[in-house]
Design a protein around this ligand. Structure first.
Ligand code: PMP
Length: 352
């Protein structure tokens, strides 16, 4: 608290990221990072960028990266926006498309940063409860009187995916506002709404390099949408920070997009490990939601989630416990690590 703080700062309720403790080496299964290293081609491109021209500003328009994304996903570069992590893309979209009007619709259980941005921009959340089985029901997204809709697919922290036909129902019911589909985890098993971008001028699809491409450390996210929606985001970005993507990140992300084989390889490894780990956790009595992501959301009918979290931490394994929040206080979110890491997790849970 400071007497120099404005009312705005005082009233903020900042996002709290998953813990990144420095006291010892943990098996980190708490922030949905990839356990694999990024594409070797991305690593080479980044070291070349370091030895080349860091004295110069990067390209403010990120054209090499936009062109690579446009080519890979069959868009025009004018349909691509790039930001400093998908968090920044979300922040700009909230400011540009949802602020200053009606409430914003999103699920009661979803990525907790949406509430933080809503608070930052004085947007009232219109929370739409997930069903009892933790699903998004598109019927709950009809006849809304809102400034926009955010759908997370697959959802976090539940891990559950929606079919594209359900996303389309949400789009058709809300043609006059932006529908933002956050696809941070889509590469691990959900259908992407990128195929709908050319049909729906109100659709913004947001993805990230942080999960499936194992590049959380360089902070790059992107969005696909109608050129007018993208231009709006560019205007905002250029009114805030012209160079959010540095030269190293640009080089690494561009090379990573061009290495689709590596993306496919590490995603299929994660999916195989997820299925194995889900079977093992089921044998230990856990209930596991069907995951289309690089994490599983689990609960145990007899064991206390917080106690499991604390015990695992003592054993050097970090998982995400969200505290005693409504509806999810009995759940843990566990990121899928390597086979060895997940074996260590299962072994530790066996003796709990
Ligand atoms: N959306 C969702 C649903 C997420 O879980 C995350 C990761 N915390 C993000 C967006 C942001 O990812 P990043 O900023 O690393 O791209």
């Amino acid at each position: 608290m400071s007497r120099f703080w404005t009312k705005k700062i005082t009233e903020l309720d900042p996002y709290v990221p998953g813990e990144q403790p420095q006291d010892k080496q943990y098996i980190k299964l708490n922030t949905n990072e990839s356990p694999y290293s990024p594409s070797p081609k991305a690593l080479t491109a980044m070291s070349e960028a370091v030895s080349e021209s860091l004295r110069l500003y990067p390209d403010p328009n990120c054209m090499t990266l936009k062109n690579a994304l446009a080519k890979q996903y069959h868009f025009d570069a004018k349909q691509v926006f790039v930001g400093n992590g998908s968090d920044e893309v979300l922040a700009l979209a909230f400011m540009g498309y949802f602020a200053g009007g009606k409430p914003l619709a999103f699920a009661d259980i979803t990525y907790s940063f949406y509430k933080v941005y809503a608070n930052l921009y004085d947007i009232e959340p219109a929370l739409i409860p997930l069903t009892d089985s933790f699903d998004i029901d598109p019927n709950d997204y009809q006849n809304l009187d809102v400034s926009g809709v955010v759908v997370t697919n697959p959802n976090a922290p539940t891990g559950k995916a929606l079919p594209l036909s359900d996303i389309e129902k949400v789009l058709q019911a809300n043609p006059d506002v932006v529908v933002l589909v956050d696809e941070a985890y889509v590469d691990f098993g959900a259908e992407s709404a990128t195929n709908l971008v050319n049909q729906y001028p109100n659709l913004l699809v947001v993805q990230t390099f942080s999960k499936s491409r194992a590049l959380a450390g360089i902070r790059v996210g992107y969005a696909f949408g109608h050129p007018d929606l993208i231009e709006g985001l560019e205007r905002l970005k250029n009114s805030f920070n012209s160079y959010p993507i540095d030269r190293i990140a640009l080089a690494g992300a561009t090379a990573a997009v061009e290495d689709q084989d590596y993306l496919a390889e590490i995603c299929s490894k994660t999916i195989a490990t997820r299925e194995w780990a889900s079977t093992e956790l089921t044998k230990l009595g856990f209930n596991i939601l069907k995951s289309a992501t690089n994490f599983v959301f689990v609960t145990h009918p007899e064991k206390d989630a917080e106690a499991i979290y604390l015990k695992l931490k003592e054993e050097g394994i970090l998982v995400r416990y969200f505290g005693k929040k409504p509806r999810i206080g009995k759940y843990l979110r566990i990121t899928i690590g390597t086979d060895a890491e997940m074996t260590a997790l299962v072994d530790a849970l066996k003796v709990l």
